[in-house]
Design a protein around this ligand. Structure first.
Ligand SMILES: *Cc1c(COP(=O)(O)O)cnc(C)c1O
Length: 356
C-alpha cells in the first residue's frame, strides 16, 4: 500500500488538533480557543467535534457490523472518494479505471484533481465485462514505465447507480485479486441488496476498500455521513490527510440518534423493499414503459418510449425523476427512486395520462 501512496501523503505530518495530546479527565478546557458561551441551546455546539468520530464509529460497528478499527467517517462518501483520489493519484500522471454506466461523481473528482479516467464499459445488459477488465489490467501492468504514471484506483459500484444491479461477489474478488492498485467497491445501496458485501473480502485483500453511507437506507442524506471500510493502514493515512473536523457535531449527533433507532430504520427498509416490486410491476404495465430493470437498490431504472419528453412532462406535473438517457447503454432510461406508496402512485397516475 505504501508504494501506491503519493509521496507527499506518505510523508505527511498531520495537523495536530487541540486535545489530541490530552487523555484523561479535566474540567477546564482552554486549549482550543473555543467560546465557553452557548447561544444555540444545543449542548456541545460551542466545542470542536471529535476529529475521529469515535463514538459514531463504535455505534456503526454495533449496528452495521463494520469494525471501528477499520472505518473512517467522511463528510458523505463524496469526501471519502475525493480523499482516495488525492491520497493515491499524482495529478497529471496517474489514472483510474471506471466501469460505465456508473456513478458520475468518480469522474468529477478525478477531473478536479487532474487525474485521467480510463473506462471499460459494462456489457449491454449491465454486467461486468470480466474478460475486458482483466485484459485491461494485464496490459496496463505490462506497459508501465519507470517514472511515469500508472493505474492507481479502480471503481466498482455495486449495486450500481444508475443500473440498479449488484455484481456477483466472486467477480469483484477476481478483479481485486488481479489488480495491484486500490479496488474501491462503492456499496451505497448495499442495504437494499441480497448480494453479499465486499466487506468480507477486505481482510484477505488489503488493497480493497469499501464505501458505505448513511444517505440512503439510513435516511440521513442531509447529515453527510460516508464510511470508508479499509485496512487499518489505509484508515490511518486517510485519518491523517482528511480535514481534521470533517464531520460536524450536529451530523455526528444525528447519526448516533439514527443508529439508536435502527429497528425503525430496518422496518423502513422493509417498507421500501415491499414497495419496490409493486412499483416496478405497475410501471411495467404502462404503455409508455418498455422495460423496468431488476433492482438491488432503492431506485428503478426504467426504459420508456421517449425519456426526454416524459422527463419534462413529469417535471411539469411537479414530479422530479432523473433522466439518464445520455449514459452509455441507457438510451431512453429514467432513474426513479422508490418513494412511499402515495409518491409512487403519483408517478403511475401521471404516466397513465401521458400521450405521445
Ligand atoms: C448516493 C450515492 C452515494 C452516497 O454519497 P454520500 O456522499 O454519502 O451522500 C455514494 N455512491 C453512490 C453510487 C451513490 O449513488
Amino acid at each position: 500500500m505504501r508504494e501506491l501512496l503519493r509521496k507527499n501523503i506518505a510523508g505527511l505530518v498531520p495537523y495536530s488538533c487541540a486535545r489530541n495530546d490530552f487523555k484523561g479527565t479535566a474540567s477546564v478546557f482552554l486549549d482550543a480557543n473555543e467560546n465557553w458561551q452557548d447561544f444555540v441551546k444545543q449542548p456541545g455546539r460551542n466545542r470542536y467535534p471529535d476529529p475521529l468520530s469515535t463514538r459514531l464509529r463504535a455505534e456503526i460497528e454495533k449496528r452495521m457490523g463494520l469494525k471501528a478499527a477499520h472505518t473512517v467517517i467522511g463528510n458523505g462518501s463524496d469526501e471519502v472518494i475525493d480523499n482516495l483520489v488525492r491520497m493515491f493519484c499524482v495529478p497529471g500522471k496517474d489514472h483510474v479505471l471506471m466501469l460505465p454506466p456508473t456513478y458520475g461523481a468518480y469522474r468529477v473528482f478525478c477531473d478536479i484533481n487532474d487525474v485521467k479516467v480510463d473506462v471499460v464499459p459494462l456489457t449491454a445488459d449491465f454486467q461486468l465485462d470480466m474478460q475486458a477488465i482483466l485484459a485491461y489490467l494485464r496490459s496496463e501492468k505490462q506497459n508501465r514505465k519507470e517514472g511515469e504514471g500508472r493505474l492507481k484506483l479502480l471503481f466498482i459500484c455495486s449495486p450500481n447507480n444508475p443500473t440498479a444491479n449488484a455484481f456477483p461477489l466472486d467477480q469483484v474478488e477476481e478483479i481485486a485479486r488481479n489488480f495491484d492498485g486500490i479496488t474501491i467497491v462503492d456499496e451505497a445501496y448495499h442495504d437494499f441488496s441480497s448480494v453479499e458485501s465486499a466487506v468480507s473480502l477486505q481482510p484477505r485483500y488489503p488493497n480493497l476498500v469499501v464505501l458505505r453511507t448513511l444517505s440512503k437506507c439510513w435516511a440521513l442524506a442531509g447529515a453527510r455521513i460516508g464510511i470508508l471500510v479499509a485496512s487499518e493502514e489505509i484508515c490511518a493515512v486517510m485519518a491523517s490527510m482528511k480535514y481534521p473536523y470533517n464531520v460536524s457535531s450536529p451530523a455526528q449527533d444525528a447519526a448516533l440518534e439514527d443508529l439508536a433507532n435502527w429497528e425503525k430504520v430496518m422496518a423502513g427498509k422493509e417498507d421500501i423493499l415491499k414497495q419496490r416490486p409493486l412499483f416496478a410491476a405497475s410501471l411495467a404495465k404502462l404503455s409508455c414503459v418498455e422495460k423496468v430493470y431488476p433492482s438491488d437498490a432503492n431506485f428503478l431504472l426504467v426504459k420508456v418510449r421517449d425519456a426526454n419528453k416524459i422527463y419534462t412532462y413529469l417535471m411539469d406535473k411537479g414530479i422530479i425523476v432523473r433522466n439518464r438517457s445520455k449514459e452509455l447503454h441507457c438510451e431512453n432510461c429514467l432513474r426513479i427512486t422508490v418513494g412511499n406508496a402515495t409518491e409512487n402512485q403519483a408517478v403511475i397516475d401521471a404516466l397513465k395520462e401521458w400521450k405521445e
